[in-house]
Design a protein around this ligand. Structure first.
Ligand code: HEC
Ligand code: HEC
Ligand code: HEC
Ligand code: HEC
Ligand code: HEC
Ligand code: HEC
Ligand code: HEC
Length: 311
């Protein structure tokens, strides 16, 4: 069979395959909701004055880790006959949890609790952490829950992605939303602004210089089971540090592990460093000025010599 005849037969077949293949892999349920929610623009205000974004970017949702889920896997109460008829029955455990965490949500705490149906172990860990207890035991809304760290529930990408709010690139600023906030530092009597001290620490500087093995917050505090520094189960409590620091510092012993915390280096290294910077700039400036003067005199000599030769 000649090459041309082959393509005359195969090309239309290929074209047909493209037509039949489905678009982005939304399930029917999501497609129904997206019919409205990907077309709607703008926001509404709830009774409690919270702003709610109605638009869902269908492409971004489809490309996210949850792109093949149905909207109602999380929004269990909603149906595609918009919001008039109730959705599926909400399991008792999800319902109870949703009541407990409702201060963290604007419109649908059931959706915020539904994550537990697929991420049970992680969810329970978070509820038992210093962040979760702040919400379910102390009934505050300052502690971190899933969306505070992972961002919009509709566009969650791999935690390894640069775009993830919890990936290496953005994790510091994500924890810093709260841990750099003086209201939270004062309210919970945290000793210091860890964002400032981490930034000035050896690790913080290595990280900002792009060192790929330098620790981020979760390297020392863990991601979900985060505890108070006074909790014996915290990875940074007492001897637990041997393991935590030991992940990166082979042979870390009891003398080594207290070496670094959030405490800034004392005033002497601080001013010592400033002095070094001034000295370096001074020497550099001296060299530049010296070279400039020399160049200037060379040019001047050249011009005068030319004039003398002409005369
Ligand atoms: C026919 C268009 C339409 C369809 C289909 C639709 N919605 Fe909505 N949705 C709306 C409108 C309009 C609002 C805002 C006003 C309101 O709440 O009535 C809204 C609001 C919402 C809200 C914000 C909470 C609230 O009560 O205001 C959520 C969550 C939501 N929709 C989820 C869904 C889900 C999940 C589906 C599919 C099961 C869906 N919607 C299907 C039109 C639609
Ligand atoms: C992984 C779980 C999950 C999936 C899947 C999901 N949602 Fe949501 N959605 C949530 C959570 C959690 C909230 C936050 C509710 C709140 O703050 O009260 C939310 C909020 C919303 C809102 C209000 C917007 C806002 O800014 O709070 C709309 C509208 C909405 N979802 C529509 C949809 C539609 C349409 C789909 C399907 C294409 C969908 N959701 C899929 C979990 C999910
Ligand atoms: C204090 C911030 C924080 C909170 C709150 C949080 N996460 Fe995470 N999560 C992280 C970090 C950091 C990672 C990345 C861990 C890594 O790189 O291995 C992660 C990773 C994950 C992963 C993927 C890897 C794994 O460990 O399974 C899932 C799934 C996840 N989180 C779900 C959740 C759910 C569900 C909630 C709410 C119950 C939640 N997270 C709350 C910070 C958080
Ligand atoms: C119906 C099941 C289901 C529900 C409900 C659900 N997830 Fe997931 N989630 C998944 C699946 C499946 C993945 C993809 C796992 C993978 O690719 O390895 C995932 C991935 C994730 C990841 C990314 C992990 C990674 O690979 O980096 C995070 C974070 C996450 N989910 C958080 C949530 C949060 C927060 C909620 C509630 C708002 C939620 N999930 C609700 C099934 C679910
Ligand atoms: C190298 C390990 C390490 C890294 C990285 C790290 N921490 Fe810590 N963190 C500690 C240790 C150890 C303590 C115990 C207190 C101390 O020794 O200063 C602590 C204490 C804390 C405290 C309690 C402070 C107080 O005053 O009670 C908070 C909050 C905290 N860290 C948050 C963070 C955040 C947010 C990040 C990321 C910007 C981070 N940590 C990065 C090791 C670390
Ligand atoms: C939504 C706000 C918020 C975010 C985001 C957040 N935290 Fe917190 N965190 C808090 C609050 C509030 C407390 C104090 C809770 C309490 O004591 O009741 C706390 C407490 C802590 C503590 C215990 C401090 C102590 O008493 O020793 C550590 C450690 C910590 N957070 C680390 C982190 C890390 C690491 C991240 C990012 C991966 C993070 N947090 C993200 C609000 C947040
Ligand atoms: C995720 C990996 C990681 C963790 C966890 C970690 N470090 Fe580091 N640390 C580094 C890297 C990378 C450097 C820079 C090494 C270099 O440039 O040679 C460093 C440097 C240091 C230095 C200064 C240089 C040196 O080697 O003496 C000290 C001190 C230090 N870390 C102490 C600690 C302590 C204490 C802990 C536990 C609380 C800890 N580190 C946890 C990765 C880590």
């Amino acid at each position: 069979m000649s090459n041309t005849r082959f393509w005359i037969i195969v090309a239309p077949l290929l074209f047909l395959t493209f037509l039949v293949l489905p678009g982005p892999g939304f399930c029917q349920e999501s497609a129904n909701c997206l019919l409205c929610h990907s077309a709607m623009k703008g926001r509404i205000k709830t009774a409690s004055n919270a702003l709610v974004e109605l638009n869902i970017n269908a492409d971004k949702f489809g490309a996210s880790k949850h792109g093949s889920l149905s909207c109602t896997d999380c929004h269990m109460r909603f149906s595609d006959n918009p919001h008039a008829s109730p959705g599926s029955d909400v399991p008792q455990s999800v319902l109870a949890l949703s009541l407990n965490i409702s201060p963290k949500f604007k419109v649908d705490p059931v959706a915020g609790a539904a994550c537990i149906t697929c991420h049970e172990k992680t969810y329970k860990m978070v509820l038992g952490s210093v962040h979760g207890k702040n919400i379910v035991e102390e009934h505050q809304s300052d502690g971190a829950l899933c969306l505070d760290c992972h961002g919009s529930p509709h566009y969650i990408t791999s935690v390894k992605d640069d775009s993830s709010p919890i990936g290496r690139k953005h994790q510091i600023e994500t924890c810093g939303k709260c841990h750099g906030d003086t209201r939270i530092i004062e309210k919970y009597k945290l000793e210091e602004n860890v964002m400032e001290s981490f930034g000035e620490s050896f690790h913080g500087r290595k990280l900002s210089l792009g060192h790929t093995r330098a620790p981020v917050c979760a390297s020392c505090h863990s991601s979900h089971d985060i505890r108070s520094k006074n909790d014996p189960d915290s990875p940074i409590f007492g001897k637990n540090k041997l393991v935590t620091c030991g992940k990166c510092h082979k042979g870390a012993n009891e003398k080594f592990v207290p070496a670094i915390s959030h405490k800034r280096p004392g005033p002497i290294p601080h001013y010592g460093e400033k002095l070094l910077i001034i000295l370096t700039i001074g020497v550099f400036a001296f060299i530049v000025i010296h070279v400039l003067i020399e160049a200037f005199s060379d040019i001047r000599d050249a011009i005068f010599r030319k004039k003398e030769e002409e005369e």
